[in-house]
Design a protein. Structure first.
Ligand SMILES: Cc1cc2nc3c(=O)[nH]c(=O)nc-3n(C[C@H](O)[C@H](O)[C@H](O)COP(=O)(O)OP(=O)(O)OC[C@H]3O[C@@H](n4cnc5c(N)ncnc54)[C@H](O)[C@@H]3O)c2cc1C
Length: 453
C-alpha cells in the first residue's frame, strides 16, 4: 500500500502492529495533524499505515459523521448516521462476514472504535452495536440468515441488536428466564445437535418474557435473542434466535439514560419462532453470546481509550491557555503531574487493548488467553478512562460542567462501559479464574508458618 496515495477509508490497513515500526508519543495523531511523528525503533507500535488510517478515521468522524450525529434525536437510533457509516465502508469492519474476510480483525475494530470515540462517540456507538447485534448471525447463522441480514447491516440499512440482559439477569446472564416454549404440534423437546434450520427447521417455539437495557431497542430491525429452551441447567439450556422486529407479540419501550443512548426494553408475548430462526444449535446459545463478547470486549476498551485521549488533549490545551497565578495552569507542578499521569495511564490502557486484540486475531477467537486478555483490556481501559475524564473535569474547573461542553458529554458517556459487556468486578473474577486455572493449588502439605529460628 502506498503511503502517498491513501486507500479508501473503509479499506483495512494491510499490516499488523510491528516491533520495528516507530511508536509515537501519543500513538495516534489528531484528526487535523499531518503524518504520524517518527520515534525510536524497538518499542511496540502500530505500523505507519495503521496510524495513518486512524488519523483519516478521526478526520472522517469530525467531518462526515458528526454532522449526522448532531442532527439526530438524542437517545434514538440515528439511521442517517448509520447509512453514512455504511457508505464509508466502516460498518464492514464491525460485522463479520460482511466483507470478503470471514472474520473481523479485532485490531482494526479497536483502531476504528478508538478513532471514532475521539471525534464522534455517537458514530462509534452506532457502529459497535451493529457489530454486536449481527455478531451471532455471522458466527453461526444459516446461509439464508446471513444473506438476508449481513449485507443490510453492513450498509447501515438494517439495525441490529443483541438481547441478552433481563430484569433478573444482568451480570449473571446464565440465569436468564425468557422462555422458549415448544409448541405441542412441533414435537419439539429438549435436544441438541445441528445448527439453525436443517434438522430443527420444523420445530416451533413461543418466546415469552422480558429483556431490558437492550441497545437499539425497540427500534432495531432484528434482535439476536437468548432464550431458555431447557436442554440443560443454567447456561446449557440457552438457545439463540434471530427475531425480526415485526414478529407478532414483540413490543418495547425506550429508556432514558444518563448519556443519550438508543436503548430500551423488549416484551415477548408468545412471539412465534421456528427452527429456521435458530442461531446455532439448541443449547449452544450461551457460548455464541460469549464468543461475540470475546471479540467486542477489547474494543469496548478501545472506545474508552478514545474518550480518554480526547479528555487528555482537551486538558493539555486548556492547561496551556488558562491564566493562573501569574502564569498558566500547566506551570503548576500538580497540574503537570496530573497530565503526565493521565497520559501514562491512557497509553498503558491502549497497549493492553492492542495486545488483547492481537491475541484474538492470532487465535481462533476462543481460549483462555483470549478471554483473559480481553477482560484485562476492558477492565483497565474503562477504569482508566473514568479516571482520565474525571481528572480532565478537575483541570477544567466549572467550564467542564456546563451543558454542551466536551467534558460534560464525556463525563456522562464514560460511565456505562464500566458496567456493560461485563462489569469491572465480573472482569476481575474472570481474570482470577484464568489465573487459578493455570496455577492450581499445590497438593500435599498445607502451608505452615515457619519458626523464626
Ligand atoms: C448503556 C448500556 C447499554 C447496554 N446494552 C446492552 C445490550 O445491547 N444488550 C444486552 O443484553 N445488555 C445491555 N446492557 C446491559 C448490561 O449488559 C448490564 O447492565 C450488565 O450486564 C450488568 O447487569 P446489571 O445492570 O443488571 O447489574 P447487576 O448484574 O445487578 O450488577 C450490579 C453490580 O453488582 C456487582 N456485581 C455483579 N456481579 C458481580 C460479581 N460476579 N462479582 C462482584 N460484583 C458483582 C457489580 O458492581 C455490578 O455493577 C447495557 C447496559 C448499559 C448501561
Amino acid at each position: 500500500m502506498s503511503t502517498t496515495e491513501p486507500p479508501p477509508v473503509g479499506a483495512t490497513p494491510s499490516t499488523r502492529p510491528s516491533l520495528s515500526e516507530p511508536p509515537s508519543a501519543s500513538a495516534l495523531p489528531s484528526a487535523t495533524a499531518a503524518p504520524p511523528p517518527p520515534a525510536s525503533p524497538s518499542a511496540f507500535a502500530l505500523s505507519r499505515e495503521q496510524r495513518e488510517w486512524s488519523a483519516r478515521l478521526r478526520a472522517l468522524g469530525s467531518e462526515r459523521l458528526r454532522p449526522h450525529a448532531e442532527s439526530g434525536d438524542p437517545g434514538r437510533v440515528n439511521r442517517p448516521l448509520l447509512r453514512e457509516l455504511g457508505e464509508l465502508g466502516l460498518l464492514g469492519h464491525a460485522v463479520p462476514g460482511a466483507r470478503s474476510e470471514e472474520r473481523v480483525s479485532a485490531l482494526d475494530l479497536c483502531l476504528l472504535r478508538e478513532a471514532l470515540a475521539y471525534s464522534c462517540p455517537q458514530a462509534e456507538t452506532a457502529l459497535a452495536l451493529q457489530g454486536l447485534g449481527a455478531g451471532p448471525v455471522a458466527d453461526v447463522g444459516t446461509p439464508e440468515q446471513r444473506a438476508r441480514w449481513l449485507p443490510e447491516v453492513a450498509a447501515g440499512r438494517a439495525v441490529a441488536a443483541f438481547a441478552l440482559s433481563e430484569p433478573g439477569a444482568g451480570s449473571d446472564a446464565a440465569a436468564l428466564a425468557l422462555r422458549a416454549e415448544p409448541e405441542p404440534e412441533s414435537g419439539a423437546g429438549p435436544g441438541g445437535g445441528g445448527g439453525g434450520g436443517g434438522e430443527h427447521a420444523a420445530r416451533r417455539w413461543r418466546l415469552s418474557g422480558r429483556k431490558t437495557w437492550i441497545s437499539n431497542a425497540p427500534e432495531a430491525d432484528f434482535y439476536t435473542v437468548f432464550a431458555r429452551t431447557g436442554e440443560g441447567p443454567g447456561s446449557r439450556g440457552v438457545s439463540a434466535f434471530l427475531v425480526p422486529a415485526d414478529r407478532p407479540g414483540l413490543t418495547g419501550e425506550p429508556l432514558d439514560m444518563l448519556a443519550p443512548h438508543a436503548l430500551g426494553t423488549l416484551t415477548f408475548d408468545a412471539v412465534p419462532v421456528t427452527g429456521a430462526d435458530l442461531l446455532g444449535a439448541p443449547g449452544q446459545g450461551f457460548s455464541v453470546a460469549m464468543r461475540t463478547l470475546n471479540l467486542f470486549r477489547p474494543s469496548v476498551g478501545a472506545f474508552a481509550v478514545g474518550m480518554a485521549q480526547a479528555a487528555l488533549d482537551a486538558s493539555l490545551q486548556h492547561a496551556a491557555e488558562r491564566p493562573a497565578f501569574g502564569g498558566v495552569l500547566r506551570d503548576l507542578q500538580s497540574v503537570s503531574h496530573q497530565l503526565a499521569e493521565m497520559a501514562t495511564r491512557t497509553e498503558a490502557a491502549r497497549l493492553l487493548v492492542y495486545a488483547a486484540a492481537g491475541a484474538y486475531d492470532a487465535s481462533t477467537g476462543t481460549g483462555a488467553d483470549v478471554a483473559r486478555r480481553a477482560a484485562m483490556a476492558k477492565l483497565m481501559a474503562t477504569e482508566t478512562a473514568q479516571y482520565v475524564v474525571d481528572t480532565a473535569v478537575q483541570i477544567h474547573g466549572a467550564a467542564a460542567l456546563q451543558r454542551g461542553h466536551l467534558l460534560e458529554h464525556l463525563y456522562r458517556e464514560v460511565r456505562a462501559p464500566r458496567i456493560y459487556e461485563g462489569a469491572s468486578e465480573v472482569q476481575r473474577s474472570l481474570i482470577a479464574k484464568e489465573l487459578y486455572r493455570t496455577r492450581p493449588p499445590r497438593t500435599g502439605r498445607p502451608h505452615t508458618k515457619e519458626s523464626p529460628t
